[in-house]
Design a protein around this ligand. Structure first.
Ligand code: CO
Length: 211
């Protein structure tokens, strides 16, 4: 049997098992999704949003890309963000990075890797903003770990810079924003930063005419 066929077989077992435990499960979700959380995470297969947070289908709206970036020209990310914030009205947006992120490691190298260079450029910009702090750390491990944390922090700040978030804060006092880093070593999430709805916006990024 090809390995992908195992997935179909597993799916069938999962669906049967889910109905056995909760006969109304699919009927309920079919009618409505009302997640409280938007998850912006890394595409890394080891950091699945639902599993590591102990949540079920229907609880988290998910966007994943390499190194969990919030790029202000990324139509995909922005569409997910707008839908989650304006239609689903999520209460929390979580940017979750992870230690040992290949995207961050690659960005900190001098290797050209083709198209992905353009994506990783955003992480090099994070380094440039925090170069003094990162360079002062003693070991390569510490520097990479701190870069993963700072990358998450900057992506949360990039959310604040969007008119989508600023308008929603004005309209309905939400969502709150959170930055986390997940450890592949022990499965534990470390909170890095929280920006409650309505927080001050860094002056040059503030829009005053949102209606
Ligand atoms: Co990663």
């Amino acid at each position: 049997m090809d390995s992908y066929q195992r997935l179909i077989r597993n799916n069938r077992a999962w669906a049967d098992d889910t109905v056995a435990r909760d006969p109304d499960f699919f009927h309920r979700l079919e009618k409505l999704q009302r997640p409280e959380f938007l998850w912006i995470g890394c595409s890394d297969s080891r950091v699945p949003a639902n599993e590591i947070t102990g949540t079920q289908p229907g609880e988290i709206f998910v966007h994943r890309n390499i190194a969990n970036l919030v790029v202000h020209t990324d139509l995909n990310l922005l569409s997910v963000l707008q839908y989650a914030v304006e239609v689903l009205k999520v209460k929390h947006v979580i940017v979750c990075g992870h230690y040992g992120c290949g995207g961050v490691l690659a960005a900190m190298s001098h290797q050209s890797m083709g198209l992905i260079n353009k994506w990783l450029r955003n992480i090099k910009d994070v380094y440039r903003l925090h170069q003094a702090e990162v360079d002062a750390l003693a070991t390569e491990q510490e520097r990479m770990d701190r870069m993963v944390e700072l990358n998450v922090k900057e992506q949360v700040l990039d959310l604040v810079k969007t008119s989508i978030i600023q308008k929603s804060w004005k309209d309905r006092g939400g969502p709150d924003l959170h930055g986390w880093v997940y450890s592949l070593h022990d499965g534990i999430v470390k909170p890095i930063c929280d920006i409650p709805a309505g927080s001050a916006v860094d002056d040059i990024y503030r829009f005053d005419n949102l209606v």
